[in-house]
Design a protein around this ligand. Structure first.
Ligand code: SF4
Length: 130
């Protein structure tokens, strides 16, 4: 099967490509500009919250992580933290040069499950490098 050549418009789900193995290899990691939500268990795995702090109230933890530039938002009701993004929309954990995740082995479940679970399940915003 030939590779999709046209980049998707991340804002328009109808332009997203049906995901298939290998599509990520020459993609500019546009999925890593989407809001990446993380639960406390993700933050512990990422090593930004330790197991003892994880037992504490979430709001002060969220404040600390926001100050540290690790998260940009905390949804108290759903206990969901959104990872911070740079001015260009990239996740703070994305390597700007290689377009690869710098915490790949420890990345949140949201990232692991994309695009099986996401804005358009089974589809991704493939944009070729270059
Ligand atoms: S944590 Fe890694 S995989 Fe997840 S959005 Fe950030 S750079 Fe991408």
């Amino acid at each position: 099967m030939s590779k999709a050549r046209t980049g998707a418009d991340i804002e328009r789900l109808d332009t997203w490509h049906k995901y298939r193995n290998g599509l990520c290899s020459d993609c500019r990691a546009s999925c890593c500009t989407l809001p990446a939500e993380a639960r406390m268990s993700d933050l512990v795995r990422m090593g930004v919250v330790d197991a003892f702090e994880a037992e504490e109230p979430l709001k002060p933890i969220a404040r600390r992580l926001e100050k540290a530039g690790i998260i940009e938002h905390f949804n108290f009701r759903n206990e969901l933290f959104t990872l911070a993004r740079r001015a260009n929309g990239d996740c703070v954990y994305l390597d700007a040069a290689t377009r690869r995740c710098t915490i790949y082995q420890r990345r949140p479940d949201t990232c692991r499950n994309h695009p099986r679970i996401g804005p358009r399940p089974g589809y991704c915003a493939y944009v070729p490098l270059g």
